[in-house]
Design a protein around this ligand. Structure first.
Ligand SMILES: Cc1cc2nc3c(=O)[nH]c(=O)nc-3n(C[C@H](O)[C@H](O)[C@H](O)COP(=O)(O)OP(=O)(O)OC[C@H]3O[C@@H](n4cnc5c(N)ncnc54)[C@H](O)[C@@H]3O)c2cc1C
Length: 79
């Protein structure tokens, strides 16, 4: 089994993980993401919060999902 590790589950890391998961066979490739936080903060949504269009539940989501074949670990990546 080949292993692919993505550091950071922000916008870039999440997009890469989801796109590569579609392209790389799950039988051949294990994909995992590491992030220091267990929650994803959707930053563009912050702009709508002062106007009451979005609230915390719209912009803060748990990163891990039991329905995905992408692994997740919550830990700081240090030097
Ligand atoms: C208020 C606001 C509005 C915005 N509006 C827009 C918009 O309208 N359109 C647009 O295109 N962009 C917008 N942006 C910018 C956009 O949100 C960022 O460009 C984008 O999130 C950057 O993605 P990224 O994956 O590089 O970084 P991030 O999304 O910040 O992700 C980095 C991840 O790495 C993790 N990480 C960092 N260091 C470590 C470490 N040492 N160990 C473990 N994990 C670590 C962080 O916890 C984080 O989850 C906005 C930003 C803000 C703040």
């Amino acid at each position: 089994m080949k292993k692919l590790l993505i550091l950071g589950a922000g916008t870039a890391g999440t997009m890469m993980a989801n796109r590569l998961r579609k392209k790389l066979s799950a039988d051949e490739w294990a994909i995992a993401i590491v992030d220091q936080y267990s929650k994803h903060y959707y930053q563009p949504g912050f702009l709508f919060m002062p106007f009451g269009i979005y609230s915390e539940k719209d912009v803060i989501k748990p990163i891990a999902s039991s329905r995905t074949t992408i692994g997740f670990s919550c830990a700081p990546a240090n030097n």
